[in-house]
Ligand binder design. Structure first.
Ligand code: ZN
Length: 582
């Protein structure tokens, strides 16, 4: 095949170019090891070290070794490994974000290669690529590395000698986090050989989480299960996290819950740990966090892993029910209590008998309804509206709020006594922008869910779409991400990766792609309206050959050529114009 002749390049061949391998790494292209090193700056006068805009610290490998040894002694090997894996994951995901932000125009293969380089720059380990190949648009990934002279192994061996298990836990987490944030999909590395088990060097293999034969193995470390001994039984199927497992789940209702409760970030893990602790008790739980952060899903999961799992879970959105009706809704009504009450009916409290009552947006309850609720919580008895007999209720109340209840109390809008009744076990759920490490996992989980739901095979996202999603601020939190991906699955054509235009379509984002001066004064392309962290693609030195090939292969149909490259027509025209090709 004469690949040098642009006339011979077909669209299919061009599309295949989106698959990149270790052989494409150009050591001279950005970001080089030197570029990465230049991002590191020491500012000794004010006691700071920076990597880009992230503060770093320089500490002894042996300090890490002592911390690690103490974690193992305190928590046991499994828990310590899980913790270090997740901490490493977060570091890797953040480095991927840093590379993406600092060198938005770098070729994907070099951007990926920067991960191992950062590891090396940090003095942590010296990775050597055996081979890797990935295709972001198709979601395929395979990588193998040698790791030489791992610092984590040095510390492990110094403390525990040679053993039977690999020991580069934080480093494996780092590689997984970097690759996941790079791909927009959960990638899991495993250490197949390790110096801590007597091998000469460590060998790492990375694949999409669901392509490993026994995904539970990794789930164990990356997203430890809700594992309290007593609740394992009730957990036989239900509500745990980790997309790795979702493939084996058929029932739609369940996977709905399961695939939404996905995460690996420290704040997410902390919230999960808390529901695990409180689930076996009857204690009242108060979730706080912005809308769309997943409060109801957490509440459902709490119910599913509690001893009440077999009884009903009843949810009430207090803001959605008018003041005049809330009392009847919660406590039920006796016939003739008021005009229109033509028959007696049970309220939500009674319907949740033996189970869990979830009261969302609790702050919107009227002062009067708050008093009735307080009484029900104190006495464990309710009275229907217009009734005279008391009904005993055995209900666990889980409340949620997206406003600060203490502020409401101070403002005189919320009863202090009720606040203290509810605030027995508070759990805060952070906004999605504060748990960005979870975005790739959520993207993958929603892509799978809506792909199945709509019967569409959507392999993945374009690199630009991954970049946009990982940098967007998500004012609507997980729910907004979920909506965007549902929309993307609907909009993308058959076997076409989801692109920015499929995602950010609504008025809320504005039409993508205008040009504006970037911080360095150069014109940069950006998705209009995508908040402060708008993804920016610098129009740097585009690969003229690539555009020309695409244009020729598409017989000078600019739209078709743009599609082949995953660009909008406007972008394509702009670039072709710049290159003098049209
Ligand atoms: Zn190792």
């Amino acid at each position: 095949m004469r690949r040098s002749d642009p006339n011979r390049v077909t669209l299919a061949q061009l599309q295949r170019r989106s698959s990149r391998t270790s052989e494409d790494v150009d050591e001279g292209a950005t970001p080089t090891l030197r570029d990465l090193a230049e991002a590191l700056s020491f500012s000794p006068d004010d006691g700071r070290i920076w990597l880009g805009d992230q503060r770093m610290v320089l500490w002894r490998s042996s300090t890490f070794g002592s911390l690690r040894a103490e974690l193992i002694a305190r928590l046991g090997q499994e828990q310590a490994r899980s913790l270090l894996t997740r901490v490493g994951y977060a570091a890797g995901a953040r480095d991927a974000e840093l590379v993406r932000r600092t060198w938005p125009d770098s070729d994907p293969v070099n951007a990926f290669h920067a991960g191992p380089q950062m590891h090396k720059l940090g003095g942590i380990v010296r990775p050597e690529a055996i081979a890797f190949e990935f295709d972001i648009a198709r979601g395929s990934f395979h990588a193998e590395f040698w790791w030489h002279d791992s610092s984590e192994d040095d510390e492990h061996i110094a403390a525990f000698g040679i053993g039977t298990e690999p020991a580069c836990w934080m480093q494996t987490g780092y590689a997984s986090g970097y690759a996941s944030a790079f791909m927009g999909k959960f990638i899991v590395y495993r250490e197949i050989e390790c110096r801590a088990t007597g091998a000469g060097a460590c060998r790492l293999v990375g694949r999409p989480a669901d392509e490993w034969e026994d995904p539970e193995l990794d789930q164990h470390y990356f997203a430890p299960e809700l594992s309290a001994a007593g609740i394992r039984r009730s957990l036989a199927e239900p509500a745990i996290a980790a997309s790795a497992r979702s493939r084996s789940l058929a029932p739609a209702a369940r996977s709905e819950q399961q695939s939404a409760l996905v995460g690996i970030s420290s704040s997410f893990s902390a919230a999960r740990h808390l529901i695990e602790r409180v689930a076996p008790t009857p204690a009242t739980v108060l979730f706080s966090g912005p809308s769309g952060a997943g409060k109801e899903l957490f509440a459902q999961t709490l119910h599913a892993i509690s001893p009440r799992a077999a009884a009903p879970f009843v949810a009430v959105n207090c803001a959605a029910i008018p003041d005049t009706l809330i009392e009847a809704e919660l406590f039920g009504v006796e016939r003739g209590a008021f005009t229109g009450a033509s028959s007696s009916r049970a309220g939500r409290f009674e319907r949740a008998q033996g189970g869990t009552l979830f009261l969302d947006e609790i702050a919107s309850l009227s002062f009067f309804a708050q008093g009735k609720l307080l009484r029900a919580l104190q006495e464990r008895r309710i009275e229907r509206v217009g009734g005279s007999r008391e009904i005993a209720v055995d209900v666990r109340v889980v409340a949620a709020t997206n406003v600060d209840l203490r502020t409401e109390v101070r403002a005189g809008r919320f009863r202090e006594d009720l606040f203290f009744r509810l605030n027995v076990f508070p759990i805060a759920l952070p906004p999605l922008k504060e748990r960005r490490d979870d975005i790739p996992l959520l993207m993958e989980a929603f892509l799978r869910r809506y792909g199945e739901q709509y019967g569409r095979r959507v392999a993945g996202f374009t690199p630009r779409a991954v970049q946009a999603l990982l940098q967007y601020d998500f004012p609507g939190n997980v729910r907004e991400l979920q909506n965007l991906i549902e929309r993307g699955v609907i909009m993308a054509g058959p076997d076409e990766p989801i692109d920015v235009v499929h995602l950010f379509r609504g008025g809320e984002m504005g039409a993508p792609h205008g040009l504006s001066p970037g911080p360095d004064g150069r014109l940069t392309e950006q998705v209009a309206g995508v908040a402060s962290r708008a993804p920016r693609t610098q129009v740097g030195e585009p690969d003229a050959e690539l555009y020309r090939d695409a244009l020729v292969a598409a017989r000078y149909n600019v739209s078709a050529a743009a599609r082949a490259l995953g660009l909008t027509r406007a972008q394509m025209s702009y670039r072709l114009g710049r290159l003098g090709l049209i």
